[in-house]
Design a protein around this ligand. Structure first.
Ligand SMILES: NC(=O)c1ccc[n+]([C@@H]2O[C@H](COP(=O)([O-])OP(=O)(O)OC[C@H]3O[C@@H](n4cnc5c(N)ncnc54)[C@H](O)[C@@H]3O)[C@@H](O)[C@H]2O)c1
Ligand SMILES: [Zn+2]
Length: 364
């Protein structure tokens, strides 16, 4: 087992290892959590993992209540949060009681938001069960729900008391979800760790939940995220580097109304495009661009939809991180090194021709 400590104003540990669900009860006690437990999960994850969690808590004299939401993004909204508040109130949950988020990023964001707001905040344990949630969404304290007018518009920064990432849960993850999470792993390598990038590059064909290297790979990703968020808890500057691939990727996702790509799939196209822009208009050496392109090309992902350039640009501008009316992007200087800076819209548009050429090559 590895432990990464996330610093900042409310520090917390992230436990990473195989079989940790069965140690949850003792971790709960070790962190002086004494109250009752309210497990929020999705119905697919409940079938797979709630028994292990419940048994581990019961073995430590904690008797939890488990509430399931339907799997998928449509559960991440205020109506669902309201239903969860109702269950908490009717079961007389109090300030010292604990909310446990057991699932992927959807459950983590929703349960995290409920924990942040119920009685102005109750202790929270994140138990991420997707690769994306283990390396990204469970760390950094961003919680929230979607609004009918936009994604992740309602939310709070709220640190968990601890994060428990059990790697063995990843064995049941569908391949497409695995690939989606892997996009974030590759992103961490690209923005800040060349060695991590090279490890993924060497193992890309075989990397799976059974891999002996997985614990150290996930730990490295959590390390990088922990380091960045501790320095920029409220996303005012440095956290922008985590957005590599997301300036273009978010636009692809929103333009297709979140129906066409899983998040990571859009991020692959985004990273490919932003690496190209970094090479064409920035300092990324061609050899490094070629390596990035070779790696990303190997990963299965949906084709790009048909769209008008202006429509795409509108969605790039809509990204809520473009506060000053300019488009911001994480420019890669080298594999493992990046710098956030604005980019001109006509340069952004040049990515479309590049993408289309890439697609044409994929077909051949
Ligand atoms: N808070 C943050 O900082 C942050 C960062 C990135 C993404 N997010 C959010 O995360 C969400 C996406 O998260 P996600 O990709 O984990 O999606 P998800 O939570 O919808 O999970 C994906 C699917 O995998 C299933 N699943 C989960 N664990 C499983 C397991 N171990 N075995 C088999 N199936 C399993 C789920 O039931 C679901 O159908 C989005 O809402 C996004 O906005 C938040
Ligand atoms: Zn992402």
């Amino acid at each position: 087992m590895q432990v990464v400590n996330v610093g900042g104003s409310n520090p917390y540990p992230v436990y990473i290892g195989s079989g940790l669900l069965r140690q949850l009860g003792s971790l709960y006690r070790r962190h002086n959590l004494s109250g009752r437990a309210f497990i929020i999960s999705d119905e697919s994850v409940i079938k797979l993992y709630s028994q292990d969690v419940i048994q581990s808590l019961q073995a430590n004299d904690i008797d939890p209540i488990t509430v399931g939401v339907p799997p998928g993004e449509t559960s991440k909204n205020l109506e669902m949060a309201d239903k969860l508040y109702e269950r908490l109130i009717k079961n007389r949950f109090q300030r010292s009681d604990v909310v446990i988020a057991l699932g992927g990023g959807v459950v983590g964001d929703l349960a995290g938001f409920v924990a942040a707001t119920y009685q102005r905040g109750v202790p929270l344990i994140q138990i991420p069960t997707t690769l994306l949630a283990q390396v990204d969404s469970s760390v950094g304290g961003k919680t929230g729900v979607n609004h009918r007018l936009g994604k992740n518009l309602i939310g709070a920064f709220y640190s968990p008391s601890l994060v428990v990432a059990d790697l063995s849960t990843l064995k049941t993850l569908p391949k497409q979800e695995w690939n989606s999470g892997l996009a974030e792993v590759i992103k961490y390598g690209l923005i800040s760790d060349r060695v991590l990038f090279e490890r993924v590059e060497r193992h890309i064909e075989t990397l799976s939940a059974d891999d002996a290297d997985l614990e150290s790979i996930i730990t490295r990703c959590v390390d990088i995220k922990a380091d960045v968020v501790a320095q920029d808890e409220r996303e005012s500057g440095l956290r922008k580097i985590l957005n590599f691939g997301h300036t273009l990727g978010h636009a692809l996702e929103s333009m297709t109304k979140y129906q066409h790509f899983l998040h990571g799939e859009a991020i692959y196209w985004g990273m490919l495009g932003e690496a190209y822009l970094s090479f064409k208009f920035g300092n990324l050496p061609e050899m490094e661009f070629v390596r990035i392109r070779r790696l990303i090309t190997k990963i299965e992902k949906p084709r790009l939809p048909i769209f008008e350039p202006e429509e795409f640009l509108n969605h790039v501008y809509r990204d809520k991180k473009n506060r000053d009316g300019r488009i911001h992007m994480s420019w890669l200087r080298h594999i493992g090194q990046c710098q956030p800076d604005p980019i001109d819209p006509d340069k952004v548009l040049s990515v479309i021709d590049f993408w289309r050429q890439e697609e044409a090559q994929l077909v051949q």
